[in-house]
Write a protein that binds this ligand. Structure first.
Ligand code: SIN
Length: 318
């Protein structure tokens, strides 16, 4: 394949981290009874005949079920992606990942790598051994986006839809059509190998902490507490006692917080813990900020707010 100006296409580096896209099941009809993260990145590429002959490199960084994603893997992934993106011959990087924490990893990379080239995450809801796996098409589409002229930023490609990494949300636990872009809407579509843009490619500066992440084992602890009927102050108190330096409360509606948790949150603040409130609603975030309310995470989802608060605390601690 040639780029639009006829020059040789750039290399795309595929970084494998595991997930259902790399999962295998004993029974091809099973979409739930499988082991995630079995196959390496080479095997995922080999399963897509349409990619053969393209200038690709594949590297397996991890074989995780992404529900077990950890901060050390995030740092390795960000470092490796940044390394390859800085190579002049590389057009873009594709990360294969589990769907369960895809939006968290996407947001972390968005705030720490903030690339001027495409850094494209992809995943699958069905294991590689399924009768009709979604991984091979998603990988093909992700590589297509990584080579698309003008594409940039952290993106996620699933089901032919290109989401900005910072807008990505997992909306369904089983169906192939599992992701959305929230109120932002998708960035582009991939149709038969062609990328059709719908809005501008995402661009944002990296967080100040990005250059001083250091050893993830030294990062301040930031946890999430959900506000719900019958919420107990003890859940906040226990996390503070266990060393939390930051808390995100996933509030109800427009970020409202149960009185029990509010009281405990005030105690936590007095002890120097940084507490933010987000919304547990799928869309909309938190609008406005009453004077007496806890600091708002705005449009960030609770898991995104946790990453943002983590980076704030890392920056403040270095
Ligand atoms: C995972 O997140 O690693 C398992 C689930 C999936 O990829 O769909």
């Amino acid at each position: 394949m040639q780029s639009t100006d006829g020059s040789p296409p750039g290399v795309v580096v595929i970084l494998g981290t595991g997930g259902t896209i790399a999962g295998t099941a004993a029974n091809a009809a099973s979409h739930v009874g499988y082991q995630a993260g079995v196959l390496g990145a080479d095997a995922l590429v080999a399963a897509v005949p349409a990619l053969q002959g393209w200038p690709l490199e594949a590297e397996t960084l991890a074989r995780l079920d992404s529900c077990d994603m950890d901060h050390a893997t995030w740092v390795r992934l960000a470092d490796r992606a940044a390394f390859h993106l800085a190579r002049p011959e590389v057009a873009g990087v594709v990360v294969t990942h589990g769907t369960d924490t895809l939006e968290e990893t996407a947001y972390f990379l968005h705030r720490t790598v903030a690339p001027a080239k495409p850094l494209v995450l992809t995943a699958a809801m069905r294991p590689a051994t399924a009768l009709s796996p979604d991984g091979p098409q998603n990988l093909f589409d992700a590589v297509t986006v990584a080579r698309a002229p003008g594409a940039r930023g952290v993106l996620a490609v699933l089901g032919g839809v290109v989401h900005a990494g910072a807008s990505l949300r997992k909306l369904h636990g089983y169906r192939v059509d599992a992701f959305g872009s929230g109120d932002e809407g998708p960035v582009a579509l991939v149709e038969d190998g062609q990328v059709r843009t719908l809005r501008g490619w995402p661009a944002a500066p990296a967080h100040a902490a990005a250059t001083r992440l250091g050893d993830a084992a030294t990062w301040p602890v930031v946890d999430i507490v959900t506000s719900h009927a019958g919420a107990r102050a003890a859940s906040v108190d226990a996390l503070v006692a266990a060393g939390a330096r930051g808390l995100v409360i996933a509030g109800t509606g427009n970020g409202s917080v149960h009185a029990e948790l509010s009281g405990a949150a005030r105690r936590a603040q007095s002890a120097g813990v940084c507490v933010w409130r987000a919304s547990r609603c799928l869309l909309g975030g938190v609008v406005g900020a009453p004077a007496d309310a806890l600091p708002s995470a705005g449009t960030l989802t609770p898991v995104q707010a946790r990453v943002e608060l983590l980076l704030e605390l890392i920056a403040a601690s270095r």
